[in-house]
Design a protein around this ligand. Structure first.
Ligand code: ZN
Length: 478
Protein backbone atom coordinates (compact mmCIF):
# COMPACT_ATOMS: atom_id res chain seq x y z
CA UNK A 1 0.00 0.00 0.00
CA UNK A 2 1.22 3.49 -0.81
CA UNK A 3 1.28 6.40 1.56
CA UNK A 4 1.87 10.01 0.66
CA UNK A 5 2.96 12.62 3.12
CA UNK A 6 1.58 15.90 1.81
CA UNK A 7 4.10 17.90 3.83
CA UNK A 8 7.28 16.15 2.79
CA UNK A 9 6.10 14.74 -0.51
CA UNK A 10 7.43 11.37 0.60
CA UNK A 11 5.76 8.31 -0.85
CA UNK A 12 5.98 5.13 1.19
CA UNK A 13 4.77 1.57 1.01
CA UNK A 14 3.11 0.35 4.20
CA UNK A 15 0.90 -2.42 5.33
CA UNK A 16 -2.33 -2.71 3.40
CA UNK A 17 -5.55 -1.70 5.01
CA UNK A 18 -8.99 -2.87 4.11
CA UNK A 19 -11.12 -1.34 1.39
CA UNK A 20 -13.53 -0.14 4.04
CA UNK A 21 -10.71 1.88 5.58
CA UNK A 22 -9.93 3.49 2.23
CA UNK A 23 -13.53 4.37 1.57
CA UNK A 24 -13.68 5.98 4.97
CA UNK A 25 -10.57 7.98 4.16
CA UNK A 26 -12.09 9.26 0.94
CA UNK A 27 -15.25 10.22 2.75
CA UNK A 28 -13.28 11.96 5.47
CA UNK A 29 -11.35 14.08 3.02
CA UNK A 30 -14.43 14.95 1.06
CA UNK A 31 -15.81 16.82 4.04
CA UNK A 32 -16.49 20.47 3.69
CA UNK A 33 -14.18 22.99 5.35
CA UNK A 34 -16.80 23.49 8.01
CA UNK A 35 -16.70 19.77 8.76
CA UNK A 36 -12.95 19.83 8.85
CA UNK A 37 -12.35 22.89 11.02
CA UNK A 38 -12.05 25.02 7.93
CA UNK A 39 -8.46 24.00 7.32
CA UNK A 40 -7.99 23.88 3.55
CA UNK A 41 -4.49 22.59 3.82
CA UNK A 42 -4.89 20.12 6.62
CA UNK A 43 -2.02 17.88 7.56
CA UNK A 44 -0.65 17.10 10.97
CA UNK A 45 2.92 16.26 10.02
CA UNK A 46 2.41 12.53 10.53
CA UNK A 47 2.53 9.93 7.80
CA UNK A 48 -0.98 9.58 6.46
CA UNK A 49 -2.76 6.37 7.11
CA UNK A 50 -4.57 6.13 3.79
CA UNK A 51 -3.11 6.55 0.37
CA UNK A 52 -5.75 8.77 -1.13
CA UNK A 53 -5.98 11.25 1.68
CA UNK A 54 -2.80 13.13 0.87
CA UNK A 55 -4.00 13.91 -2.63
CA UNK A 56 -7.15 15.67 -1.60
CA UNK A 57 -5.44 18.53 0.12
CA UNK A 58 -6.49 21.03 -2.50
CA UNK A 59 -4.91 24.45 -2.50
CA UNK A 60 -3.66 26.78 0.12
CA UNK A 61 -4.86 29.69 -1.98
CA UNK A 62 -7.95 29.98 0.12
CA UNK A 63 -8.87 32.18 3.02
CA UNK A 64 -10.41 29.35 5.03
CA UNK A 65 -13.20 29.75 7.50
CA UNK A 66 -10.76 30.71 10.25
CA UNK A 67 -10.88 34.26 8.94
CA UNK A 68 -14.28 35.56 9.83
CA UNK A 69 -15.56 38.44 7.68
CA UNK A 70 -16.01 41.78 9.38
CA UNK A 71 -19.45 43.30 9.13
CA UNK A 72 -19.77 46.59 7.26
CA UNK A 73 -16.04 47.05 6.70
CA UNK A 74 -15.23 49.94 4.32
CA UNK A 75 -13.86 48.97 0.95
CA UNK A 76 -10.15 49.40 0.34
CA UNK A 77 -10.47 51.28 -2.95
CA UNK A 78 -13.37 53.69 -3.02
CA UNK A 79 -15.29 54.61 -6.16
CA UNK A 80 -14.85 58.31 -5.44
CA UNK A 81 -14.86 59.65 -9.01
CA UNK A 82 -17.57 59.90 -11.62
CA UNK A 83 -18.01 57.24 -14.31
CA UNK A 84 -17.59 54.62 -11.52
CA UNK A 85 -13.85 55.29 -11.27
CA UNK A 86 -11.55 55.60 -8.27
CA UNK A 87 -8.82 58.13 -7.53
CA UNK A 88 -6.30 55.27 -7.09
CA UNK A 89 -5.92 55.73 -3.35
CA UNK A 90 -6.05 53.07 -0.69
CA UNK A 91 -8.65 53.78 1.96
CA UNK A 92 -6.20 53.09 4.80
CA UNK A 93 -5.28 55.28 7.78
CA UNK A 94 -2.53 54.93 10.36
CA UNK A 95 -3.02 54.93 14.11
CA UNK A 96 0.27 55.83 15.79
CA UNK A 97 -0.78 55.74 19.44
CA UNK A 98 2.16 56.26 21.78
CA UNK A 99 4.62 56.04 18.89
CA UNK A 100 3.48 59.24 17.24
CA UNK A 101 6.62 61.30 17.97
CA UNK A 102 8.88 58.34 17.24
CA UNK A 103 7.26 58.04 13.84
CA UNK A 104 7.59 61.78 13.22
CA UNK A 105 11.29 61.60 14.09
CA UNK A 106 11.83 58.76 11.66
CA UNK A 107 9.76 60.21 8.84
CA UNK A 108 11.34 63.68 9.11
CA UNK A 109 14.27 62.20 7.19
CA UNK A 110 11.90 61.92 4.22
CA UNK A 111 10.72 65.54 4.42
CA UNK A 112 10.93 66.04 0.65
CA UNK A 113 8.41 63.30 -0.17
CA UNK A 114 6.19 64.34 2.73
CA UNK A 115 6.02 67.87 1.28
CA UNK A 116 5.53 66.47 -2.22
CA UNK A 117 2.63 64.29 -1.07
CA UNK A 118 0.67 67.38 0.04
CA UNK A 119 -1.64 69.23 -2.32
CA UNK A 120 0.18 71.49 -4.79
CA UNK A 121 -1.16 74.69 -3.23
CA UNK A 122 -0.20 73.53 0.25
CA UNK A 123 3.27 72.21 -0.65
CA UNK A 124 4.23 75.30 -2.69
CA UNK A 125 2.68 77.52 0.00
CA UNK A 126 4.81 75.82 2.65
CA UNK A 127 7.93 76.37 0.59
CA UNK A 128 7.09 80.04 -0.01
CA UNK A 129 6.40 80.52 3.69
CA UNK A 130 9.79 79.05 4.50
CA UNK A 131 11.36 81.41 1.94
CA UNK A 132 9.79 84.51 3.57
CA UNK A 133 10.96 83.28 6.99
CA UNK A 134 14.43 82.93 5.53
CA UNK A 135 14.34 86.58 4.29
CA UNK A 136 13.20 87.85 7.70
CA UNK A 137 15.88 85.83 9.47
CA UNK A 138 18.67 87.52 7.50
CA UNK A 139 16.97 90.95 7.82
CA UNK A 140 17.30 90.60 11.60
CA UNK A 141 20.97 89.62 11.18
CA UNK A 142 21.61 92.77 9.08
CA UNK A 143 19.93 94.95 11.73
CA UNK A 144 22.12 93.37 14.39
CA UNK A 145 25.34 93.87 12.43
CA UNK A 146 24.56 97.47 11.50
CA UNK A 147 24.05 98.61 15.08
CA UNK A 148 27.13 96.91 16.52
CA UNK A 149 29.51 99.88 16.15
CA UNK A 150 28.20 103.37 15.36
CA UNK A 151 31.67 104.52 14.25
CA UNK A 152 31.74 102.01 11.38
CA UNK A 153 29.54 102.97 8.48
CA UNK A 154 28.36 100.03 6.36
CA UNK A 155 26.03 102.13 4.25
CA UNK A 156 22.84 100.44 5.46
CA UNK A 157 21.46 103.25 7.66
CA UNK A 158 21.10 107.05 7.32
CA UNK A 159 22.94 109.63 9.37
CA UNK A 160 24.37 107.37 12.02
CA UNK A 161 20.97 105.73 12.57
CA UNK A 162 21.12 101.91 12.26
CA UNK A 163 18.92 100.35 9.62
CA UNK A 164 15.36 99.60 10.70
CA UNK A 165 13.37 96.42 10.03
CA UNK A 166 11.60 97.48 6.84
CA UNK A 167 14.89 98.66 5.34
CA UNK A 168 16.68 95.50 6.50
CA UNK A 169 13.88 93.36 5.05
CA UNK A 170 14.16 95.14 1.70
CA UNK A 171 17.94 94.70 1.76
CA UNK A 172 17.59 91.01 2.62
CA UNK A 173 15.05 90.56 -0.17
CA UNK A 174 17.33 92.40 -2.59
CA UNK A 175 20.25 90.20 -1.62
CA UNK A 176 18.23 87.03 -1.98
CA UNK A 177 16.83 87.86 -5.39
CA UNK A 178 20.16 89.27 -6.65
CA UNK A 179 18.60 92.11 -8.54
CA UNK A 180 21.43 94.55 -7.75
CA UNK A 181 21.98 96.95 -4.92
CA UNK A 182 20.71 100.41 -4.21
CA UNK A 183 22.08 101.09 -0.74
CA UNK A 184 20.36 103.44 1.72
CA UNK A 185 23.75 105.00 2.68
CA UNK A 186 24.94 104.64 -0.92
CA UNK A 187 28.65 105.22 -0.39
CA UNK A 188 29.96 101.78 0.59
CA UNK A 189 28.58 99.57 -2.16
CA UNK A 190 30.95 96.68 -1.48
CA UNK A 191 31.02 96.91 2.32
CA UNK A 192 34.79 97.15 2.44
CA UNK A 193 34.76 98.21 6.06
CA UNK A 194 32.12 95.72 7.25
CA UNK A 195 33.48 92.14 6.92
CA UNK A 196 30.66 90.80 9.14
CA UNK A 197 28.09 92.12 6.68
CA UNK A 198 29.94 90.60 3.75
CA UNK A 199 29.94 87.24 5.54
CA UNK A 200 26.18 87.44 6.19
CA UNK A 201 25.52 88.32 2.53
CA UNK A 202 27.69 85.40 1.42
CA UNK A 203 25.73 82.87 3.50
CA UNK A 204 22.36 84.30 2.51
CA UNK A 205 23.23 83.94 -1.16
CA UNK A 206 24.47 80.40 -0.60
CA UNK A 207 21.25 79.38 1.17
CA UNK A 208 19.23 81.24 -1.43
CA UNK A 209 20.69 79.12 -4.23
CA UNK A 210 19.89 75.89 -2.35
CA UNK A 211 16.40 77.08 -1.52
CA UNK A 212 15.66 78.02 -5.12
CA UNK A 213 16.77 74.54 -6.19
CA UNK A 214 14.43 72.90 -3.62
CA UNK A 215 11.51 75.13 -4.58
CA UNK A 216 12.00 74.41 -8.25
CA UNK A 217 12.18 70.66 -7.51
CA UNK A 218 8.93 70.71 -5.52
CA UNK A 219 7.04 72.77 -8.08
CA UNK A 220 8.30 70.67 -11.00
CA UNK A 221 7.65 67.36 -9.24
CA UNK A 222 4.11 68.36 -8.28
CA UNK A 223 3.20 69.71 -11.69
CA UNK A 224 4.77 66.87 -13.68
CA UNK A 225 3.81 64.02 -11.35
CA UNK A 226 2.93 61.00 -13.46
CA UNK A 227 0.47 59.55 -10.95
CA UNK A 228 -2.20 61.93 -12.24
CA UNK A 229 -1.97 60.01 -15.51
CA UNK A 230 -3.87 57.20 -13.77
CA UNK A 231 -7.04 59.30 -13.99
CA UNK A 232 -7.22 58.51 -17.71
CA UNK A 233 -7.04 54.76 -17.11
CA UNK A 234 -10.59 53.41 -17.03
CA UNK A 235 -12.02 50.27 -15.42
CA UNK A 236 -15.47 48.85 -15.94
CA UNK A 237 -18.01 49.41 -13.22
CA UNK A 238 -18.79 45.68 -12.93
CA UNK A 239 -16.84 42.46 -13.11
CA UNK A 240 -18.49 39.42 -14.70
CA UNK A 241 -18.43 35.88 -13.37
CA UNK A 242 -19.66 33.43 -15.95
CA UNK A 243 -19.33 29.83 -17.01
CA UNK A 244 -17.84 29.09 -20.40
CA UNK A 245 -19.06 26.31 -22.64
CA UNK A 246 -16.25 24.01 -21.44
CA UNK A 247 -17.39 24.46 -17.85
CA UNK A 248 -14.62 26.87 -16.89
CA UNK A 249 -15.71 29.67 -14.56
CA UNK A 250 -14.13 33.04 -15.27
CA UNK A 251 -13.84 36.35 -13.48
CA UNK A 252 -13.42 39.18 -15.95
CA UNK A 253 -13.52 42.94 -16.26
CA UNK A 254 -12.39 45.46 -18.84
CA UNK A 255 -9.77 48.23 -18.90
CA UNK A 256 -9.11 51.04 -21.35
CA UNK A 257 -6.65 53.92 -21.54
CA UNK A 258 -8.48 57.07 -22.58
CA UNK A 259 -5.24 58.63 -23.91
CA UNK A 260 -5.19 55.85 -26.46
CA UNK A 261 -3.20 57.68 -29.13
CA UNK A 262 -0.08 57.47 -26.96
CA UNK A 263 0.10 53.96 -25.45
CA UNK A 264 1.30 53.48 -21.91
CA UNK A 265 4.76 51.93 -21.81
CA UNK A 266 5.03 48.44 -20.28
CA UNK A 267 1.63 48.36 -18.61
CA UNK A 268 1.28 45.41 -16.22
CA UNK A 269 -1.71 44.31 -14.20
CA UNK A 270 -1.98 42.47 -10.89
CA UNK A 271 -5.06 41.26 -9.05
CA UNK A 272 -5.34 40.63 -5.32
CA UNK A 273 -8.20 38.93 -3.52
CA UNK A 274 -8.44 40.70 -0.16
CA UNK A 275 -10.43 39.07 2.59
CA UNK A 276 -12.70 41.26 4.62
CA UNK A 277 -11.34 40.24 8.00
CA UNK A 278 -9.46 42.04 10.73
CA UNK A 279 -6.19 40.71 9.26
CA UNK A 280 -7.05 41.80 5.69
CA UNK A 281 -5.30 38.71 4.43
CA UNK A 282 -4.79 38.89 0.67
CA UNK A 283 -3.86 36.45 -2.07
CA UNK A 284 -2.37 37.41 -5.46
CA UNK A 285 -4.50 36.10 -8.31
CA UNK A 286 -3.19 34.55 -11.51
CA UNK A 287 -4.47 35.92 -14.80
CA UNK A 288 -5.32 33.92 -17.89
CA UNK A 289 -5.61 36.98 -20.10
CA UNK A 290 -3.05 38.46 -20.24
CA UNK A 291 -1.10 35.28 -19.52
CA UNK A 292 0.87 36.17 -16.42
CA UNK A 293 3.35 33.35 -17.08
CA UNK A 294 4.44 35.19 -20.21
CA UNK A 295 3.81 38.65 -18.73
CA UNK A 296 3.14 40.51 -21.97
CA UNK A 297 2.54 44.24 -21.45
CA UNK A 298 -1.09 45.28 -21.67
CA UNK A 299 -2.29 47.17 -24.72
CA UNK A 300 -5.01 49.24 -23.06
CA UNK A 301 -5.22 51.66 -25.98
CA UNK A 302 -7.69 49.04 -27.17
CA UNK A 303 -10.40 48.07 -24.65
CA UNK A 304 -8.95 44.93 -23.07
CA UNK A 305 -10.75 42.21 -21.13
CA UNK A 306 -8.82 40.86 -18.15
CA UNK A 307 -9.69 37.22 -17.36
CA UNK A 308 -8.98 35.17 -14.26
CA UNK A 309 -9.83 31.46 -14.27
CA UNK A 310 -11.69 30.37 -11.17
CA UNK A 311 -9.92 27.02 -10.92
CA UNK A 312 -8.85 24.70 -8.11
CA UNK A 313 -6.17 27.17 -6.98
CA UNK A 314 -8.20 30.34 -7.31
CA UNK A 315 -9.09 32.20 -4.11
CA UNK A 316 -12.45 32.89 -5.76
CA UNK A 317 -13.42 29.20 -5.70
CA UNK A 318 -15.71 28.45 -2.75
CA UNK A 319 -13.64 26.33 -0.31
CA UNK A 320 -16.31 23.64 -0.07
CA UNK A 321 -15.70 22.82 -3.75
CA UNK A 322 -11.93 23.06 -3.43
CA UNK A 323 -11.98 20.03 -1.16
CA UNK A 324 -13.38 17.83 -3.91
CA UNK A 325 -10.45 18.36 -6.24
CA UNK A 326 -7.91 15.67 -6.87
CA UNK A 327 -5.03 18.09 -7.34
CA UNK A 328 -1.71 18.43 -5.64
CA UNK A 329 -1.46 21.05 -2.92
CA UNK A 330 0.15 24.28 -4.02
CA UNK A 331 2.47 24.23 -0.99
CA UNK A 332 2.02 27.97 -0.76
CA UNK A 333 2.87 28.67 -4.41
CA UNK A 334 0.48 30.64 -6.54
CA UNK A 335 -0.54 28.04 -9.13
CA UNK A 336 -3.22 27.75 -11.79
CA UNK A 337 -4.83 24.77 -13.46
CA UNK A 338 -4.35 25.90 -17.05
CA UNK A 339 -0.61 25.29 -16.75
CA UNK A 340 -1.42 21.63 -16.15
CA UNK A 341 -3.47 21.41 -19.33
CA UNK A 342 -0.60 22.71 -21.41
CA UNK A 343 1.90 20.31 -19.89
CA UNK A 344 4.05 22.84 -18.07
CA UNK A 345 3.01 21.83 -14.56
CA UNK A 346 1.08 18.60 -14.09
CA UNK A 347 -1.08 18.85 -11.00
CA UNK A 348 -3.30 15.74 -11.03
CA UNK A 349 -1.74 12.72 -9.33
CA UNK A 350 -2.46 9.03 -9.59
CA UNK A 351 -2.76 7.95 -5.95
CA UNK A 352 -1.55 4.43 -6.69
CA UNK A 353 1.69 4.88 -8.61
CA UNK A 354 2.34 8.60 -8.02
CA UNK A 355 2.46 9.55 -11.70
CA UNK A 356 1.30 13.09 -12.48
CA UNK A 357 -1.14 14.10 -15.20
CA UNK A 358 -2.22 17.36 -16.72
CA UNK A 359 -5.91 16.63 -17.08
CA UNK A 360 -8.48 14.36 -15.46
CA UNK A 361 -9.03 12.58 -18.78
CA UNK A 362 -5.36 11.62 -18.93
CA UNK A 363 -5.51 10.23 -15.39
CA UNK A 364 -8.59 8.20 -16.30
CA UNK A 365 -6.87 6.77 -19.37
CA UNK A 366 -3.88 5.88 -17.24
CA UNK A 367 -5.96 4.08 -14.59
CA UNK A 368 -7.98 2.14 -17.17
CA UNK A 369 -4.89 1.11 -19.12
CA UNK A 370 -3.00 0.17 -15.96
CA UNK A 371 -5.86 -2.02 -14.77
CA UNK A 372 -5.88 -3.84 -18.12
CA UNK A 373 -2.15 -4.49 -18.08
CA UNK A 374 -2.14 -5.47 -14.40
CA UNK A 375 -4.98 -7.89 -14.95
CA UNK A 376 -3.26 -9.33 -18.01
CA UNK A 377 -0.02 -9.79 -16.07
CA UNK A 378 -1.94 -11.25 -13.13
CA UNK A 379 -0.85 -8.64 -10.62
CA UNK A 380 -2.33 -8.86 -7.15
CA UNK A 381 -5.28 -6.57 -6.59
CA UNK A 382 -4.14 -4.94 -3.40
CA UNK A 383 -1.86 -1.98 -3.91
CA UNK A 384 -2.46 -1.80 -7.67
CA UNK A 385 -4.81 0.18 -9.84
CA UNK A 386 -7.22 -2.79 -9.77
CA UNK A 387 -8.01 -1.97 -6.15
CA UNK A 388 -9.74 1.30 -7.02
CA UNK A 389 -13.50 1.09 -7.06
CA UNK A 390 -15.54 2.63 -9.85
CA UNK A 391 -16.76 5.25 -7.40
CA UNK A 392 -13.21 6.14 -6.43
CA UNK A 393 -12.16 6.37 -10.06
CA UNK A 394 -15.06 8.69 -10.74
CA UNK A 395 -14.09 10.83 -7.77
CA UNK A 396 -10.46 10.96 -8.80
CA UNK A 397 -11.06 11.71 -12.44
CA UNK A 398 -13.98 14.09 -12.26
CA UNK A 399 -13.20 17.73 -12.74
CA UNK A 400 -14.72 20.04 -10.14
CA UNK A 401 -16.01 22.08 -13.05
CA UNK A 402 -18.40 19.26 -13.90
CA UNK A 403 -19.88 19.45 -10.41
CA UNK A 404 -23.32 20.88 -11.14
CA UNK A 405 -23.67 22.08 -7.56
CA UNK A 406 -20.86 24.51 -8.37
CA UNK A 407 -23.12 27.10 -9.89
CA UNK A 408 -23.20 30.83 -10.36
CA UNK A 409 -25.48 30.96 -7.34
CA UNK A 410 -22.81 29.16 -5.29
CA UNK A 411 -20.30 31.75 -6.49
CA UNK A 412 -22.64 34.55 -5.52
CA UNK A 413 -23.22 33.09 -2.08
CA UNK A 414 -19.47 32.83 -1.56
CA UNK A 415 -18.88 36.46 -2.51
CA UNK A 416 -21.64 37.66 -0.24
CA UNK A 417 -20.55 35.52 2.71
CA UNK A 418 -16.82 36.21 2.46
CA UNK A 419 -17.24 39.94 1.71
CA UNK A 420 -13.96 39.83 -0.15
CA UNK A 421 -12.70 42.58 -2.41
CA UNK A 422 -10.62 42.05 -5.54
CA UNK A 423 -8.14 44.90 -5.82
CA UNK A 424 -6.73 45.61 -9.29
CA UNK A 425 -3.44 47.45 -9.71
CA UNK A 426 -2.15 48.57 -13.11
CA UNK A 427 1.43 49.80 -13.31
CA UNK A 428 2.66 51.70 -16.34
CA UNK A 429 4.97 54.43 -17.56
CA UNK A 430 3.71 57.62 -19.14
CA UNK A 431 5.47 58.09 -22.52
CA UNK A 432 5.48 61.89 -22.20
CA UNK A 433 7.26 62.30 -18.86
CA UNK A 434 8.70 58.76 -18.52
CA UNK A 435 7.20 58.71 -15.05
CA UNK A 436 5.65 55.54 -13.58
CA UNK A 437 2.13 55.53 -12.23
CA UNK A 438 -0.38 53.14 -10.70
CA UNK A 439 -4.07 53.00 -11.45
CA UNK A 440 -6.21 51.14 -8.93
CA UNK A 441 -9.72 49.80 -8.84
CA UNK A 442 -11.60 47.16 -6.91
CA UNK A 443 -14.62 44.90 -7.09
CA UNK A 444 -16.67 43.57 -4.20
CA UNK A 445 -19.93 41.62 -4.13
CA UNK A 446 -21.89 44.72 -5.10
CA UNK A 447 -19.89 45.06 -8.32
CA UNK A 448 -20.24 41.50 -9.62
CA UNK A 449 -22.73 40.40 -12.27
CA UNK A 450 -23.24 36.70 -12.94
CA UNK A 451 -23.71 34.92 -16.26
CA UNK A 452 -22.95 38.03 -18.29
CA UNK A 453 -20.16 39.39 -20.47
CA UNK A 454 -19.17 42.81 -21.77
CA UNK A 455 -20.50 44.29 -24.96
CA UNK A 456 -18.06 45.36 -27.62
CA UNK A 457 -17.47 49.10 -27.54
CA UNK A 458 -15.24 49.42 -30.61
CA UNK A 459 -16.67 50.55 -33.90
CA UNK A 460 -15.54 49.56 -37.39
CA UNK A 461 -13.87 52.97 -37.87
CA UNK A 462 -11.58 52.76 -34.82
CA UNK A 463 -13.78 54.59 -32.37
CA UNK A 464 -14.42 53.52 -28.80
CA UNK A 465 -17.94 54.12 -27.60
CA UNK A 466 -17.47 55.01 -23.94
CA UNK A 467 -21.22 55.24 -23.54
CA UNK A 468 -21.23 51.45 -23.88
CA UNK A 469 -18.07 50.76 -21.90
CA UNK A 470 -19.79 49.43 -18.78
CA UNK A 471 -22.63 47.57 -20.48
CA UNK A 472 -23.03 43.79 -20.26
CA UNK A 473 -25.29 41.18 -21.78
CA UNK A 474 -26.29 37.61 -20.80
CA UNK A 475 -23.60 35.16 -21.78
CA UNK A 476 -22.49 31.64 -20.87
CA UNK A 477 -24.27 28.87 -19.04
CA UNK A 478 -25.12 28.25 -15.39
ZN1 ZN B 1 -1.12 5.17 -11.58
Amino acid sequence: MIEHDALSGEVKRVQHETKTDRTDAVARDMKTPQDNDGDDFHHDGNVRKYPLSGWFSGSRNSFGSWLQPVEDAPRLVKRDLKYHQSSSKFNIRNIHGDNKWTMITIFSGDWFHIILRQHTILSVGLMMGAWVTFIIFFAVIYMYIDKQDERVKCGLGFDDVPIQFHGAFAFSLETCTTVGYGLPGDQFSFFENCPGLQTAIFFQMMFSMLFNACLLAVVFARISRAEARALQFLFTDKACIRRESNGQFTFEFKVYDHDSKYPIIGAQIQLYAVHCSSSRNYIPMRTFQPDDAFKPPLLPSIPTTIIHHIDAYSPLLPPSFRKKNNVIPSMGLNMREIDSHTGSADIIPCPICGCMFGTYDRLKCHIIYSRITEEHDEYQVEGTHQELTEEEIDTLTTSPLSDRSLSLQAMKNFWEDSKMEVVVVVIGTDPLTSGSFQAMHSYNCENIVYGRSFKSDCTHDNKVNLGQFHETYPFGSD
